[in-house]
Design a protein around this ligand. Structure first.
Ligand SMILES: NC(=O)c1ccc[n+]([C@@H]2O[C@H](COP(=O)([O-])OP(=O)(O)OC[C@H]3O[C@@H](n4cnc5c(N)ncnc54)[C@H](OP(=O)(O)O)[C@@H]3O)[C@@H](O)[C@H]2O)c1
Length: 308
């Protein structure tokens, strides 16, 4: 069953809407993603937007680029005004992207600001098809006792509260508009793995995974689909220390050479899967055991270009 059919069916059942009202809303939600005959998803006119939090750098920037490549309208946000301006300008240079990308300044742990992003995106583009809670930060110290109160709050508020507020705002808006998709981003620790120096980061990501699974459960029988993205290890600022350096250990270099990626190929894969998604509870994993196995086989022979 197509996304549009499922949304129609659920909307009439749950919200008791007339056929006419459902059609009007479906134009907003699904108009952009009409399926072509060969099953590919096409961007189109009258589409709602995709929102990517933390879209000014790294994986978020790559997601924004990959969505734009698909002809989708993108709204991104970050905290730094100058960076948002330069990101928006550089993404606008992509073929066909002029006028299709909007950058907004927003700190994701300020719920009022997150709501303003939703309001601006829907005011400009008539709806939000996909909302990706991507903004995230690393912890600055090593062991827990090295971190001051500010560091602790910064990680927990951005990585966890930011995702909770983003999901709340998107869920409320999408229920009102009649459908949409929310994706949250996992990270090291989501699956319970431990590593020195990643206690707080891992704890926040483990919580994001749990929160999102609980939200998937809550979203059952609503027209909103909730999913998780697990992008693996990418060469972004998140891996750099406060002096802008990558960790200088043999273990890190080896891990990066085997499982590390530039963010854009990962983002393109995730965007393709998000746009084709039809179901609540999707979990898109980049580093599958098969991919890791293939990388291990290649490791002695192939020097992968990570742009370092
Ligand atoms: N890199 C990896 O290996 C990796 C692996 C797995 C998962 N992830 C996850 O992927 C996501 C993106 O990480 P990344 O590697 O792309 O990191 P990054 O390069 O450091 O980018 C982080 C982005 O989030 C924004 N941001 C940070 N705090 C924010 C806040 N409070 N409000 C709004 N925006 C905020 C940053 O912009 P400003 O600083 O200008 O606000 C930036 O655009 C994170 O959730 C991370 O946990 C990364």
């Amino acid at each position: 069953m197509h996304l549009s059919d499922r949304l129609r069916e659920r909307s009439s059942r749950k919200y008791d809407l007339t056929d006419e009202e459902i059609e009007r809303r479906m134009d907003v939600i699904c108009g952009s993603w009409a399926e072509s005959e060969d099953g590919e998803i096409d961007g189109g006119d009258g589409m709602g937007a995709v929102v990517v939090t933390g879209g000014s750098r790294g994986f978020g920037y790559a997601l924004a680029q990959a969505f734009l490549e698909q002809g989708v309208v993108v709204v991104l946000c970050g905290r730094d005004t100058a960076r948002i301006e330069s990101t928006t300008a550089s993404l606008s240079m992509l073929p066909g992207a002029l006028g299709r990308v909007t950058g907004l300044v927003c700190d994701v742990y300020d719920k009022v600001a997150v709501q303003a992003v939703w309001d601006e995106a829907t005011a400009r583009f008539g709806g939000v098809d996909v909302w990706v809670n991507n903004a995230g930060v690393r912890q600055s110290g090593d062991a827990l006792w090295d971190l001051d109160e500010e560091d602790v709050e910064h990680v927990v508020r951005t990585n966890l509260l930011g995702v909770i507020f983003g999901s709340q705002v998107a869920m409320t808006g999408m229920l009102r508009q009649g459908g949409g998709q929310i994706f949250n981003v996992e990270g090291f620790g989501s699956n319970g793995r431990l590593h020195r120096g990643l206690n707080l980061y891992g704890t926040s990501k483990r919580a994001v995974a749990h929160f999102t699974k609980a939200l998937m459960h809550e979203a059952t029988a609503t027209p909103v689909c909730v999913g998780l993205l697990r992008p693996g290890m990418m060469v972004t600022d998140l891996l750099r220390d406060s002096a802008g350096r990558f960790p200088d250990t043999e273990q890190f270099r080896t891990a990066l050479r085997i499982v590390g990626d530039r963010p854009l190929p990962v983002a393109r894969d995730m965007v393709r899967r998000m746009m084709a998604n039809r179901k609540n509870g999707a979990h898109f994993v980049w580093l599958t055991p098969r991919r890791i196995g293939w990388r291990l086989l290649q490791f002695p022979f192939v020097r992968r270009d990570l742009g370092l």
